[in-house]
Design a protein around this ligand. Structure first.
Ligand SMILES: [Zn+2]
Length: 121
């Protein structure tokens, strides 16, 4: 599956969320941009978003966010998934491709704190 930024799908209506961090115990001070990307495969129904986090113009972390229930993803991946360790898709998790240039725990905590703000606005 290929993931592309929402801005390339819905155009200028999409806003990149930027957050200023100061004196976090886990993250360096500065501005963090959250760029949500979606699966571009029309035949795919993976129902998740990958959020790229930019800091100082660099990609520092990648978070997966699956908004369906854990059961949905188990069914979607089929019974073979039970025999293989599958990446967690429900909820938030650090993507295996994440460069982890900032604390994964810190960025997950920040993202979870912002979640309602970003997607229920
Ligand atoms: Zn997909």
């Amino acid at each position: 599956m290929e993931f592309i930024p929402a801005g390339e799908i819905i155009g200028k209506a999409h806003q990149v969320r930027t957050v200023s961090i100061k004196q976090s115990p886990q993250l360096p001070d500065g501005e963090y941009s959250f760029i949500d990307t979606y699966c571009a495969d029309p035949g795919c129904d993976c129902r998740k978003t990958m959020i790229q986090i930019m800091f100082n113009g660099k990609l520092v972390s990648v978070i997966n966010y699956g908004w369906e229930s854990a059961t949905f993803y188990e069914n979607w991946m089929g019974s073979s998934a039970k025999d293989n360790p599958m990446p967690k898709m429900h909820g938030t998790s650090i993507d295996i491709m994440s460069p982890d240039l900032v604390s994964p725990d810190g960025i997950l905590a920040l993202f979870n704190a912002l979640l309602n703000d970003i997607w229920s606005a």
